[in-house]
Design a protein around this ligand. Structure first.
Ligand code: ATP
Length: 298
């Protein structure tokens, strides 16, 4: 038997840093939405009690450092499950890109194990397990569109934004989220407007023009100052006809929104001229997209 689970990436429509906590984490408000760029996790029960992982991509840790391993271990220990499990991760989401690839995999693993071991966990319980291993996992458990607060683990679901295409481009660099937060100066951040509230209004009103005008990410200035190639991609997107462009998460992936399909090709082809990692996908702001695990009997 094999269980297959989709693990979609997210983009940040907003990322407001609203404070710094005593435990060192930053307090954030983020409006995030699921996009149609996904890994797939195949889950196989094992005869023994081990947790093992294999992955189609090279730069992904296969042992205890993998977030998938970590959530499986928490579930096994917490619920006293003896059976082992093997995960095969089909990677499509670029790694260390600001698209929550590892978190998406962890969330998919939780959903899959809930199904495999018939755990009956609620979405809230799955999100709570996920937030033990990473700030974005709770959002990925919910999927769809949501406001994430706290360090990202407090989720309020939102309706889907108006339909739009997303063109994403990742320069050939990996960015460490903790490095970017470490270099974030609260004094400077407060000079930039917060965008989450305005974005939520725009989504509730299904107003595409307001959605793209409300895009904002407080971490962008930090990443742009360290990696000028990110700025170049942002500028090129606008030059090729995007309505707005923004870095996702701590970067380095930049995305732009386009509401007319006819303009997607021009932007995609223009970016391919100087960046090899380019994707054109749709926003899938619906929660159902993350989907139920599919069981395949062999
Ligand atoms: P976020 O947007 O949540 O900050 P990210 O998209 O920037 O995440 P990831 O793709 O999740 O970054 O990878 C960050 C690091 O996490 C990788 O360098 C890798 O070492 C580690 N990692 C752990 N588990 C996974 C996984 N399943 N897939 C990819 N990376 C993983």
């Amino acid at each position: 038997m094999r269980i297959s689970v989709k693990a979609p990436a997210k983009i940040n429509l907003t990322l407001d840093v609203v404070g710094k906590r005593a435990d060192g984490y930053h307090e954030v408000e983020m409006v995030m939405t699921t996009i149609d760029l996904a890994d797939r996790i195949d889950i196989y029960p094992r005869e023994d009690d081990q947790i093992t992982i294999d992955c189609s991509a090279y730069f992904v840790p296969l042992g205890e450092k993998n977030l998938v391993y970590q959530v499986a271990k928490i579930i096994k220990d917490k619920l006293g499950i003896k059976q082992g499990v093997h995960f095969y991760i089909h990677k499509r989401i670029p790694i260390a890109a600001g698209l929550a690839g590892g978190s998406a995999d962890a969330a998919a693993a939780i959903r899959g194990l809930n199904n495999l071991w018939q755990l009956g966990l609620s979405v809230q319980e799955m999100a709570e397990i996920g937030s033990k291993v990473g700030s974005d996992v709770a959002f990925c458990v919910y999927g769809g569109t949501a406001l994430a607060q706290g360090r990202g683990e407090q989720i309020t679901t939102l309706p889907s934004p108006p339909p739009a295409w997303v063109v994403l481009a990742k320069p050939p660099i990996a960015v460490s989220t903790s490095e970017i937060y470490g270099k974030t100066k609260m004094g400077e951040i407060t000079a930039y407007p917060r965008r989450s509230e305005r974005m939520i209004d725009a989504i509730n009103n299904r107003d595409y023009n307001e959605v793209y005008k409300s895009l904002g990410n407080h971490l962008e200035t930090v990443t742009l100052s360290l990696y000028p190639e990110v700025r170049k991609i942002k500028e090129q997107m606008l030059r090729f006809g995007a309505d707005a462009s923004l870095m996702s998460g701590s970067g380095p992936t930049v995305f732009c929104l386009v509401d007319k399909e006819s303009r997607v090709g021009r932007i995609y082809n223009g970016l391919r001229g100087f960046c090899s990692d380019v994707y054109a996908v749709r926003i899938i702001g619906e929660r159902s997209y993350a989907g139920l695990p599919k069981t395949v009997q062999k």
